[in-house]
Ligand binder design. Structure first.
Ligand SMILES: *Cc1c(COP(=O)(O)O)cnc(C)c1O
Length: 338
């Protein structure tokens, strides 16, 4: 069980929204007639690929760094340490170093996507590499932390009260924007890696639109969250081999798992081929570059429509979580049969 003090609530999400006002973008919610016609439902697509640094992760990172800057115990924040395969790395470097002037050290896998690595370094992040298939990143993080000055805080990518609260503002914005047009979602499809995004969003949705069912979507190769919810305990897996590099997590966190158990209706999986199909759909039809992980939500919705589990005319929200993919890799993915 997660300690109650560490668990964020809706109030933390609302506080994060105030912290992020004017700092993070209020991203658009797009619709597509073509998509609605294909699926026979009404789709509302929340575009976090349009967020600063190209993914929702900026919200959580900035909210957490800001928390330590203004921490009540008055200790000076000397630096931020984290590990990430990409988007959280960029988010910490942008929030901490570029925006707030606090040094950041980021542990990244040697095979991190080039675009994400370059952007992290450009935002001023100090990158340390590790081999994600042979080394344990927690152990690497402990070793690196010992070399950094006192007053350095570790901000993990998902299992953290203020990271979750920050990510939750995606859900708050989406629900409030739709409510201002008198639209109530029946379902909301959210990608799942370590569960920071879906658990944060679920806090907002359960408060503002409690009837909306939240459905998590994972890559088929790494369905640890699905197994975890089914078994009632956090299941650990090997680093999954999937093109969805933002969802290559090995396990949920105690905080994200606790919230997901309460708020998420179910978790489904999709294949890499289905992700590529949605990359093509977003590119051709909605004129958006979406990274593979960002396609999980729409791929999940399409799967449940095909299997008849979503009723015709349902109002369905879909989160696009990010758009960071180097163009070379993008071209290869959309032109190949993987
Ligand atoms: C991090 C990330 C995810 C997964 O988010 P979690 O909070 O780990 O579940 C999904 N998509 C993108 C683009 C990401 O960067």
């Amino acid at each position: 069980m997660a300690a109650a003090d560490d668990l964020p609530t809706y109030k933390d999400v609302a506080d994060a929204a105030a912290v992020l006002a004017g700092v993070a973008h209020h991203t658009p919610t797009e619709t597509s007639r073509t998509l609605d016609d294909q699926l026979g439902v009404s789709c509302f697509v929340k575009c976090e690929n349009m967020q600063r640094m190209g993914a929702f992760k900026f919200r959580g990172a900035y909210t957490a760094v800001n928390h330590y800057l203004n921490d009540a115990d008055g200790k000076e924040l000397k630096g931020v340490l984290t590990y990430s395969s990409g988007n959280h790395a960029q988010a910490i470097a942008l929030a901490s170093t570029k925006t707030l002037g606090i040094p950041s050290t980021i542990i990244m896998p040697t095979d991190a996507p080039t675009l994400k690595l370059k952007a992290t370094q450009e935002y001023g992040g100090n990158v340390v590499f590790y081999d994600r298939y042979t080394e344990k990143r927690d152990e690497v993080a402990q070793k690196v932390k010992a070399t950094l000055p006192e007053g350095t805080v570790f901000i993990p990518p998902y299992n953290h009260k203020y990271v979750i609260a920050g990510q939750g503002t995606v859900g708050k914005e989406l629900i409030e924007d739709l409510q201002s047009k008198s639209i109530a979602l029946d379902y909301l499809f959210v990608c799942v890696g370590g569960g920071g995004l879906i658990s944060g969003i679920s806090l907002a949705v359960k408060e503002l639109s409690p009837k909306t069912q939240i459905i998590g979507v994972e890559p088929e190769a790494g369905n640890d969250a699905q197994q975890s919810l089914e078994q009632g305990q956090i299941v650990h897996i090997e680093t999954p081999k999937t093109i969805a590099d933002g969802a290559q997590t090995q396990h949920l966190g105690d905080l994200t798992f606790d919230i997901m158990q309460r708020n998420v209706s179910k978790i489904i999986t999709v294949t890499d081929e289905q992700l590529v199909d949605e990359m093509k759909f977003f590119g051709e039809r909605m004129k958006m570059i979406v990274e593979p992980t960002g396609c999980l939500g729409l791929a999940g919705l399409r799967k449940l429509v095909s299997s008849g589990e979503i009723e015709k005319g349902a109002k369905c929200g879909v989160i696009i979580s990010g758009g960071n993919v180097d163009l070379e890799r993008y071209c290869k993915l959309i032109s190949s049969t993987i």
